[in-house]
Design a binder for this molecule. Structure first.
Ligand code: PEP
Length: 254
């Protein structure tokens, strides 16, 4: 586990105008300049509209650019959608796919997650595939069944060589934006199960290369404990990524 780098990604969701986003990354760049880039990688996922401006601001910095979603078709009559190639062109290295808010509010299914993931990979970027159970599912002891179904659906049809470059994000729905975080033991249990699933679907070498992030109310004061778990390879951070100081502190905690 120690050989895997950590990836700390900030999901801004529908927050920050272009000037606000630029101010945030300017401050962030200064705060994280001293981080060991070979061990801790940072990424920010601004709204589509800010990607180009933020990409420019990040030139020469080690902080990577991510998008929050993309459409699965390459081009055409899909009003309001953005293609993977467009995101690649603007400088994205990662695309978040299947965030629980998209599953909850925008009809995202395991099948559309799979199609979007295919598009992301086809354009030469890495997907950050989000999975996670609701509170009702956890209380019914269905957590592993749910996240394993989501992972299997997302990865359908992918070869080991492709999957080795993927990022999974375990984000329990009950922990997102609620201030309620999974304990480090709860996170580790699910991360370990997902890694064993990757061994079954592919092989140990592939499973050992996939980064599995935790997401759900990660803050500076709980990051180190979560990131200290052997199968927790980073964090997907929502609310706390909107403050440069908090996001940098989380990255340093790892
Ligand atoms: C997220 O949306 O991916 C997330 C983890 O949000 P928060 O950190 O605000 O819970």
């Amino acid at each position: 586990a120690q050989a895997r780098r950590k990836l700390i990604a900030g999901n801004w969701k529908m927050n920050k105008t272009i000037p606000e986003g630029l101010a945030l990354v300017r401050e962030l760049k200064g705060l994280v300049a001293s981080l060991p880039g070979d061990r801790v990688e940072l990424a920010v996922a601004p709204p589509f509209l800010s990607l180009q401006a933020v990409a420019k601001e990040l030139e020469g910095s080690a902080v990577k650019l991510a998008a929050q979603n993309c459409h699965w078709e390459a081009s055409g009559a899909y009003t309001g959608e953005v293609s993977a190639q467009m995101l690649k062109d603007v400088g994205c290295a990662y695309v978040i796919v299947g965030h629980s808010e998209r599953r909850q509010y925008f009809g995202e299914t395991d099948e559309t997650v799979n199609k979007r993931t295919r598009a992301v990979v086809g354009a030469g970027m890495s997907p950050i595939i989000c999975v996670g159970e609701t509170l009702a599912e956890r209380e019914a002891n269905r957590t592993l069944e749910v996240v394993e179904r989501q992972v299997a659906g997302a990865l359908k049809g992918f070869q080991a060589a492709e999957v080795a470059g993927f990022v999974l994000a375990y984000e329990p729905v009950w922990a997102i934006g609620t201030g309620r975080t999974a304990t480090s033991a709860q996170a580790q249990e699910v991360h370990r199960a997902l890694r064993e699933q990757l061994v079954r679907l592919y092989d140990r070498g592939t499973a050992d290369r996939v980064l599995i992030q935790y997401g759900g109310s990660v803050k500076p004061d709980n990051a180190a404990e979560l990131l200290g778990q052997p199968d927790v390879d980073g964090a997907l951070v929502g609310g706390a990524s909107l403050k440069a100081g908090d996001f940098a502190a989380i990255a340093k905690g790892g």
